[in-house]
Design a protein around this ligand. Structure first.
Ligand SMILES: Cc1cc2nc3c(=O)[nH]c(=O)nc-3n(C[C@H](O)[C@H](O)[C@H](O)COP(=O)(O)O)c2cc1C
Length: 364
């Protein structure tokens, strides 16, 4: 069924403007019949941040910004879905065009700029599905015109705590000017302390919702030292590595589209983001788990990310080129690898290659 959907939709969607194609995909998912996929292989289950994930493959933030289709995505086989980035007030984002396919590179450049329906509308949608099973994380960010960004994050934590399986504090989008400065040590420390206080205040009605931090792949290693130090001292539940990159590898073939301003994702992000997973893993020293994201377009790539240090993975851009069947492909490959190597669970290989990867030449 999913393969048939991919076979029909992929060639069509690639013909039309990238953002229109995205809208169509969301609409299509709204009409997805309530099919039930077979249950996941028990070996693929992952326990992290106090949550039980049926499998380690998640939908990354940015696809379902407004929580329109989280349950359709879960039915399609994702082990978890991250909605958002949500900001307190609705905002329209940057002018179109702002989403570009780099076909020959199997990459995407976007400068969406946190276009979203705002907290009230997204909360209504999540509240209406709150009794349904499935892990749905809420990725939060600040409005572009905010005069107090920290208070935007705090408001969002208070608002969404009762309906979020976990939170992602997004300080790494390149498309809101100045947002990534929140990754600087003392600023991040202040932000996380206030976010975690807000989470603790909501504890009575929402329990201990895990708070994760999502970082950019463009941090220097000295900056990463600082970020991990703050994340550990503030006791975040985990980190997501990484958002899109502002870098443009010289190997890109779609040279003119590569010049578009924004964040690059998809296959050309794989090596850099995997290196950052490994660099983060060796600094975290097991204090909390990581989610690896960036250019995962095969089961082998997911395995590499896990061996670099990711307990869970997320995908977005590769779905544009591979279709939704990619989720099943990755899960099948991971289950087969466990079977072939006689292992019981993925946690046995998390970080197995981290040290070796950090010793390689820096990826360009
Ligand atoms: C069109 C688009 C919109 C995105 N929007 C968000 C967002 O709102 N918040 C966020 O944290 N990441 C966002 N991302 C980043 C992805 O979640 C992910 O970190 C990145 O694309 C790398 O993964 P990929 O190579 O699998 O796409 C977006 C990515 C794309 C392509």
């Amino acid at each position: 069924m999913i393969r048939a959907f991919d076979a029909l939709s992929l060639p069509l969607l690639r013909w039309i403007d990238a953002e229109d194609a995205h809208r169509l995909a969301i609409h299509g998912l709204k009409f997805l019949p309530p099919i039930k996929l077979r249950a996941d292989d028990a070996k693929l289950a992952v326990r992290a941040f106090g949550l039980n994930f049926p499998n380690p493959v998640g939908m990354a933030a940015g696809f379902d910004k407004n929580a329109e289709v989280p349950d359709a995505l879960l039915r399609l086989g994702f082990g978890f879905v991250e909605i958002g980035t949500v900001t307190p007030k609705p905002q329209s984002g940057n002018p179109r065009p702002r989403l570009f396919r780099l076909e020959r590179d199997e990459a995407v450049v976007n400068r969406m700029g946190f276009n979203n329906d705002g907290a009230d509308a997204v909360l209504r949608r999540l509240a209406s599905r709150a009794q349904l099973p499935g892990i749905v994380g809420v990725n939060v960010g600040a409005n572009k015109d905010s005069s107090d960004r920290v208070s935007d994050y705090v408001t969002l934590i208070e608002t969404f705590a009762p309906v979020a399986s976990y939170f992602t504090v997004n300080v790494s989008s390149p498309n809101t000017p100045g947002l990534r400065n929140l990754q600087q040590g003392h600023i991040l420390d202040d932000l996380l302390s206030k976010v975690l206080e807000a989470r603790d205040r909501a504890r009575a009605k929402a329990g201990d919702t895990p708070v994760l931090l999502k970082i950019a792949p463009d941090l220097s290693l000295a900056e990463l030292d600082e970020v991990v130090h703050v994340a550990r001292s503030r006791r975040v539940a985990g980190m997501i590595v990484a958002n899109t990159t502002v870098a443009r590898p010289t190997t890109l073939r779609e040279a003119s589209r590569a010049k578009e301003q924004g964040g690059l994702s998809g296959r050309p992000l794989f090596r850099l983001s995997t290196r950052m997973v490994a660099e983060t893993y060796v600094r975290v020293e097991g204090a909390f788990p990581l989610i690896g994201v960036g250019g995962i377009d095969t089961g082998g790539a997911a395995l590499t990310k896990i061996r670099a240090g990711a307990s869970l993975v997320q995908l977005y851009s590769p779905l544009v080129y591979k279709g939704l069947g990619l989720v099943e492909d990755i899960k099948n490959d991971l289950a087969l690898t466990l079977l072939r190597t006689g292992r019981e669970q993925l946690s046995e290989i998390v970080g197995a290659d981290a040290a070796a990867i950090t010793a390689e030449d820096w990826p360009i």
